[in-house]
Design a binder for this molecule. Structure first.
Ligand SMILES: [Zn+2]
Length: 310
């Protein structure tokens, strides 16, 4: 399969007009989200969003590895990174403003339970959400691999561009894990595979955000580039609860195209997806968007909704 030209995707996504719902839906009002955890620890993380109350009692802009911080409805625990790969991944997560995004997401929705974000050494099975303790685990070596894959598949680009793309992918992946949190915290109906639903919800949420379409497209490009590991798929990959990387990429691209006619036309013209699939993308997107909004809007703070701004 040919790689899709990245510059082209960037160009086509520029057609998207994105409303700033993620950045803005918690803003403009005071959130009722407590910023003190049940064990009484005070907030110490920085307050990038105005709606997080009582935070930043220490005035610290950023928590360092090894510290535990609490802000809004998000707690973060970052292990001290050991070795080069873990340090690289930790720095990438930090540069991706993972904490800030996690907090924006968690305070945009009235999460009934504090969300714990854990940065850990190693790769493990990659990032995952655990409903047992309502936690998202981000192994440091995963973003390091993301960066490596992006670098190898886009050798003509600059380190800055690799970093930006890696940041976008990490943000999408965090939003995907957050989607699992939404499903479990609000006991959302999931009539299909949860992993596909999480990709769908994260795409819906991100497409409301400024630059969110770019994040989604960068994520799709990453899954496409990463899909070589499943060529050919082994039996465990057929049995896996995730769709194949390439399917995840194509689904994300289909939703983005379905959300915007100009993007759809650009994808059609440049054969980013087969014509037959693109024909069904507006309908697929509408079904996804409507379904996601129906179950998520009631949980947004301040009466905000997931409708795109006019
Ligand atoms: Zn998942």
């Amino acid at each position: 399969m040919n790689a899709r030209p990245k510059a082209l995707l960037a160009l086509s996504i520029a057609c998207l007009l994105l409303a700033g719902i993620v950045a803005g839906c918690g803003g403009g009002g005071s959130s009722s989200s407590g910023s003190t955890s049940s064990d009484g620890k005070s907030a110490a993380d920085a307050g990038e969003t105005e709606d997080v109350k009582n935070e930043d009692s220490s005035g610290g802009e950023d928590a360092e590895a090894g510290e535990r911080v609490v802000a809004g409805t998000v707690e973060a625990e970052w292990e001290k990174p050991h070795g080069e790969a873990n340090m690289t991944g930790y720095e990438l997560l930090k540069a991706s403003e993972t904490r800030s995004l996690a907090k924006s997401l968690a305070t945009a929705f009235e999460l009934p339970n504090p969300l714990l974000v854990k940065g850990v050494n190693g790769f493990g099975g990659g990032p995952f959400y655990n409903p047992e303790d309502n936690s998202i685990t981000l192994p440091y070596e995963f973003p390091a691999v993301v960066f490596e894959v992006i670098m190898q598949s886009n050798p003509e680009e600059t380190p800055e561009e690799w970093g930006e793309a890696a940041g976008a992918v990490n943000s999408f992946i965090l939003a995907h894990e957050f989607a699992h949190a939404l499903i479990h915290n609000f006991e959302l109906p999931v009539l299909g595979r949860e992993e596909d639903a999480a990709d769908g919800i994260s795409t819906v949420v991100l497409l409301k955000a400024e630059e969110g379409g770019l994040y989604a497209i960068d994520a799709a490009e990453f899954w496409e580039a990463f899909s070589g590991r499943q060529d050919p798929p082994d039996l465990a990959e057929y049995a896996d609860n995730h769709s194949f990387d390439r399917q995840r990429a194509d689904n994300i691209l289909c939703w983005v195209a379905g959300s915007d006619e100009a993007v759809l036309e650009a994808f059609l013209e440049h054969e980013i997806l087969p014509e037959d699939r693109l024909a069904s993308c507006p309908g697929e997107w509408e079904l996804l968007r409507r379904s996601a909004e129906q179950v998520l809007d009631p949980h947004l703070v301040n009466g905000a909704n997931l409708e795109p701004a006019e």
